[in-house]
Design a protein around this ligand. Structure first.
Ligand SMILES: C[S@@+](CC[C@H](N)C(=O)[O-])C[C@H]1O[C@@H](n2cnc3c(N)ncnc32)[C@H](O)[C@@H]1O
Length: 445
């Protein structure tokens, strides 16, 4: 296809009527995608601000469009490169965003093509810098609507450096499969305070071998049975494993050193152990407090830095360390585009400082569980190797197959948990997958 003329001589297009159906949602979605890509800000944060004045339906539509566009950005950008001889105009990056959100709706969402095309064209017309590209947006999106998914290049949806890193860690074929799995939407997993089987039935979900409950097409989470009364909380099935590995219980004192917003603190509190929930972020601790209140659980909440906090000693310490979160791209597709390789190195440095300090808080004979929701070995396997080389008073306590419902293929040769988005396959793709998590259990001699 030839690019439409990039005319700047055209008269400025009139602003569309503010009540064009669905236009506000698309504008917010485009703004959210721009904020993620240009400022590196998390999608959730942008959505909260940009959808404040929208009704519930439009908020959901905005979220779905922005998330789908970011989830499939690699192949959508490749598609645009094949369709635009001269590429996306450099001075009008917004044009690319309007094409990407339009194509995401046409190819991956249940939205009438004319609505996807019309709204992107209307948004192009709103801005003097993009109004000259209305014809191009219209022509490209109409062609995509005509040709459908057949024209989509089969390339990874995440940045090349990321996928190459996974190929180095897991092999080329596995990396391709991980990349594909991360481009799928994740199911909703929840952890029940008690009676997981009963709640699985009441929620119409599946009880997984690990004890988590998996739901698909769940809709508004807060409207589900048991939410208001605090019977369960949202937590990916893989994210629920590290706290279980501590085997905390009554009579024990345990510390959750990177605790907010409290998914793992809640798991530890349910066991009857005395729990210190520490985090350095006050706003995130506010969410932790709200979550524990809803669940009717208690913990000693501490705002402090885990690299120098004085406390303990504890029978068990959990470090769910701050990380690149590349294992959660199914749920947070912005992560693929807000992280750069240098982030991995600086996060690895923080992780090793937290680990080194946490070692001092563990009683002799006590356990230390270190976890990250990252696929990067620098934040998992390498981190633990380096820790053990420096701390000869700690040894690995290998995870055994079947323990906590953990499948043998989720355990590496060293006895650490390494889940991948390709794990827990299912004939019904909506039920498949796990977040990519790493968890090692260590014991102080
Ligand atoms: C992966 S999140 C924890 C998620 C939490 N464990 C859960 O299951 O809900 C990492 C947390 O580490 C906190 N954090 C980052 N650096 C920290 C530090 N130096 N000391 C304490 N907490 C820190 C962040 O504020 C963030 O809440």
């Amino acid at each position: 296809m030839k690019d439409a003329p990039h005319s700047s001589r055209r008269p400025k297009a009139p602003a569309p009527a503010p009540d064009t159906p669905g236009l506000a949602a698309r504008r917010a979605a485009a703004d959210a995608v721009d904020t993620v890509l240009e400022k590196g800000r998390p999608l959730e944060e942008s959505l909260e601000r940009l959808t404040r004045d929208l009704d519930e339906r439009d908020r959901a539509l905005t979220r779905m469009i922005a998330a789908t566009a970011l989830r499939r950005l690699g192949s959508l950008r490749a598609l645009l490169r094949t369709l635009l001889e001269r590429g996306v105009p450099d001075k009008a990056r917004r044009v690319e965003t309007l094409l990407v959100i339009g194509a995401a709706q046409i190819l991956f969402m249940d939205v009438p093509d004319h609505a996807a095309v019309g709204t992107s064209v209307a948004l192009a017309g709103e801005n003097p810098g993009t109004a000259g590209f209305k014809g191009l947006v219209n022509a490209v999106l109409r062609r995509i609507a005509r040709e459908g998914r057949a024209v989509l290049p089969d390339v990874p949806d995440q940045p090349t450096w990321m996928v190459e890193g996974w190929a180095g860690a897991y092999g080329g074929e596995a990396a391709e499969a991980i990349s594909r799995a991360l481009a799928a939407e994740a199911p909703l997993d929840v952890t029940a305070k008690e009676d997981a089987a009963g709640w699985a039935e009441k929620l119409g979900g599946r009880l997984l071998p690990t004890g988590s409950i998996r739901l698909v097409d769940a809709g508004n989470v807060t409207a589900l049975p048991g939410f208001a009364e605090g019977a369960w909380w949202v937590q990916d099935a893989a994210a629920a494993l590290p706290a279980r590995l501590l085997h905390a219980g009554e009579g024990q004192r345990v510390a959750d050193l990177c605790a907010a917003p409290g998914g793992k603190t809640a798991q530890l509190a349910v066991t009857g152990a005395e729990v210190v929930a520490l985090d350095r972020s006050a706003p995130r601790l506010r969410r932790l407090r709200q979550n524990l209140t809803r669940l009717g659980l208690t913990a000693d909440i501490v705002e402090a830095d885990a690299t120098n906090w004085r406390g303990g000693p504890f029978d068990g310490v959990l470090i769910d360390a701050p990380c690149s979160a590349t294992g959660t791209i199914r749920r947070h597709p912005d992560v693929a585009w807000t992280k750069v390789p240098a982030d991995i190195a600086s996060l690895a440095d923080l992780q090793s400082r937290i680990l080194a300090h946490a070692a001092r808080l563990v009683k002799p004979g006590g356990r230390l569980v270190y976890s990250t929701c990252s696929l990067e070995p620098e934040e998992g396997e390498r981190q633990v190797e380096a820790f053990l080389a420096r701390h000869t008073d700690f040894v690995r306590e290998p995870v055994t197959p079947g323990e906590c419902g953990i499948a043998p293929e989720w355990i590496n040769a060293a006895g650490e948990v390494r889940t991948l988005p390709t794990h827990l396959p299912d004939a019904d793709a909506r039920f498949a997958g796990l977040d990519g998590f790493f968890a090692a259990r260590l014991r102080r001699k």
